[in-house]
Design a protein around this ligand. Structure first.
Ligand code: ADP
Length: 616
């Protein structure tokens, strides 16, 4: 059951799920509860429809009776034909009723299955998206995608169509069984003697099938991850000419999927073959034994033939029951994985409801002795008692060699993670106490490579607003103007309605940056987090982005991960982050004069970045 986790994950994530999964069959069926009324009507339709179907052969038999009687009782041909016509009308009537109810049944069952699945998927999506960020660090996206689409698909008909077919088969088979016993108890008992064999084989098969299904789903999640990664990074794949190798990698991940599928196919071959052998064998045996009874005068030929018909009837219904149950077993396998996710509680406590300083200014950030390790790598301490004090309205630069913990600081301010020890205070309030939407309207980020969504520019700029419809276009344009984006957006034929493509692929790097700046400031945040791009944009875009940033920085607290000399020079405070603590802090000039880590850094890193960007 360690399906949700990668190899290196702590198994504690699935604890809840494995405890509860025993009940998953019932929970699976219970999913259909909301459709109870529709399902009830559908079930009634199912019974009426199958009664009609069962009645037709009996009525068709009376046609033959009429023929036989015609020869015996000297009826006129005209009379017999009239009688035949009448019977035909009856049969057509019943057929029509049967057809209507079969149609209603099929429509209602499928419709409710669709609705059940739709609800389940929405619930699952909502549940997943509320998990803590650390969860997404550890669980493969393909795994989540697969649970959302593939597993729920397997579960789709379980509580609706499958259950109703199972019900009908049980009722019909029971009915047939009673008729069998009424015809010949001895032959019935003999027939049933093969039942234990069938039950044992069914049990073995179900167990195997359940396991194979679960394994196959896990493997196919792995394959989905590979596909997603390759298609999502097609430029990297192309630029290294790795199409063939990627195809091979995907093929390799499919090997397992196929492997489990083949095992499952083999098991079903054994099971259905064995069943057919036992089933047909027992009927032949019963026929042989019954025939001897007829010869000995203990049973009439008529009784023997009705008995065999009933037995076949029971047999076919038990057969369909077996295949429905095997579908249900797959559904239970899939549902475990879905319930496992639905049962998982976010490891991050919910946000509080504090609104620090209400609508007044502010924007103070304090780190008090913050200790932090990533949940996916708990043994590596990234921050080791970090202290930081950013005053409202200050421009504060974080510098330091890569891996020191600068991005981690930025993540913690956004509460992607909670520190293990110490506190982070925004305007005096610990971050976890701050109301979720409020926090994110007051803290905005512009990152090195901003992620845009495959929607319109308007959608992307208003993304940070909870109710985007309510934002007047003038306000969007205001943000875009500040961000130096209005001009290029207006130049597009569709203006703000222009679609940006997946991850903003249809915009240039500088345009994406400026859309991201507009997005960040639309909510008028107090705190701006900037992760300065290391890769130099072309000089012109660079200048436009810089100009936009200068404009939006005014009047806000700005915490910037700085890579440029020009940035640190304009910052009021610079902190060198090294090994998870503040190694040095002061103004650019103070730190230079000190001649410590910072001075080295400026010479080696910041200076060369400055040369790069001025040289390009
Ligand atoms: P910087 O921004 O200064 O380059 P980071 O904050 O990105 O440094 O990284 C600090 C350390 O945390 C690095 O050792 C990095 O490998 C690790 N790290 C960063 N992100 C994650 C993550 N999501 N999961 C586990 N470890 C991470």
């Amino acid at each position: 059951d360690y399906t949700l986790l990668r190899d290196d994950q702590d198994p504690d994530d699935i604890e809840v799920a494995s405890k509860k999964s025993g009940a998953s069959a019932w929970r699976l069926i219970a999913l259909a509860k909301e459709q109870a009324l529709v399902l009830l009507i559908a079930t009634v339709a199912l019974f009426i429809g199958s009664l009609a179907t069962v009645a037709v052969p009996k009525l068709a038999g009376t046609l033959i009776d009429i023929c036989i009687q015609f020869g015996q009782h000297g009826q006129t041909a005209q009379d017999a034909e009239n009688e035949l016509n009448q019977k035909l009308l009856q049969i057509i009537g019943i057929l029509a009723v049967g057809a209507v109810f079969t149609g209603i049944r099929s429509w209602l069952f499928n419709a409710s299955a669709e609705r059940v699945m739709w609800r389940l998927r929405s619930r699952l999506f909502e549940h997943i998206i509320h998990q803590e960020v650390g969860f997404f660090d550890r669980v493969r996206t393909g795994e989540l995608m697969n649970r959302l689409s593939e597993d729920t698909r397997l579960m789709k008909s379980a509580g609706t169509t499958s259950i109703s077919i199972a019900l009908r088969s049980i009722v019909v088979a029971t009915f047939g069984l009673i008729l069998m016993f009424m015809t010949s108890p001895l032959l019935s008992a003999l027939t049933l003697a093969c039942l234990p064999l069938l039950l044992i084989s069914f049990r073995v098969y179900s167990k195997l099938n359940m396991r194979y299904t679960a394994e196959q789903l896990t493997a196919s999640a792995g394959a989905a991850t590979v596909a997603e990664e390759c298609f999502g990074s097609i430029r990297t794949v192309r630029s290294f000419a790795k199409e063939k190798a990627s195809t091979g990698r995907y093929g390799g991940s499919q090997d397992q999927v196929v492997g489990w599928g083949l095992r499952s196919a083999r098991a079903s071959g054994f099971f259905f073959g064995f069943n057919s052998l036992v089933g047909t064998g027992s009927i032949v045996f019963v026929l042989w034994y019954g025939a001897r009874q007829v010869v000995e005068g203990r049973l009439s030929a008529g009784e023997l033939s009705s008995f065999v018909i009933y037995a076949l009837y029971v047999g076919s219904n038990v057969g369909s029951l077996a295949s429905v149950i095997s579908n249900l077993i797959q559904a239970v396998g899939a549902s475990r994985r879905v319930f496992e996710l639905l049962d998982r509680e976010s490891k991050q406590p919910p946000a509080g409801d504090a609104l620090p300083k209400g609508s007044q200014g502010g924007g103070e950030i304090i780190f008090e002795n913050v200790w932090f390790a990533y949940p996916s790598r708990p043994d590596v301490q990234v921050l080791k008692g970090l202290n930081l004090n950013v005053s409202p309205g200050q421009k504060f630069a974080l510098v330091g060699s890569s891996g020191g913990g600068k991005s981690t600081i930025v993540s913690l301010i956004q509460r992607f993670y909670d520190p293990q020890r110490g506190a982070i205070l925004l305007d005096g309030v610990p971050v976890p106490h701050i109301q979720h939407e409020w926090l994110h309207s007051q803290v905005s980020i512009v990152s090195q490579e901003p992620v845009l969504f495959a929607e319109s520019i308007l959608y992307n700029i208003t993304f940070g607003v909870q109710d985007p419809e309510s934002v007047p276009l003038a306000q969007v344009e205001w943000a875009a103007m500040l961000a130096n984006a209005h001009e290029f957006i207006s130049a597009f034929p569709q203006g703000y309605r222009t679609k940006v493509g997946e991850r903003g692929i249809r915009l240039s790097g500088g345009q994406k940056q400026r859309v991201a700046i507009a997005r960040a400031i639309l909510t008028k945040p107090r705190i701006l987090l900037l992760d300065e791009a290391t890769s130099a944009l072309d000089a012109e875009s660079e200048a436009l982005v810089q100009e936009a940033l200068e404009r939006v920085e005014a009047g806000r607290t700005v915490l910037v991960i700085a890579h440029r000399l020009s940035t640190v020079k304009t910052a009021q405070q610079v902190a060198v982050i090294d090994g998870g603590v503040v190694a040095e802090q002061g103004t650019h000039q103070e730190l230079l004069n000190k001649g410590g880590v910072y001075a080295v850094l400026v010479r080696r890193q910041l200076q060369s970045a400055a040369q790069d960007s001025s040289g390009s």
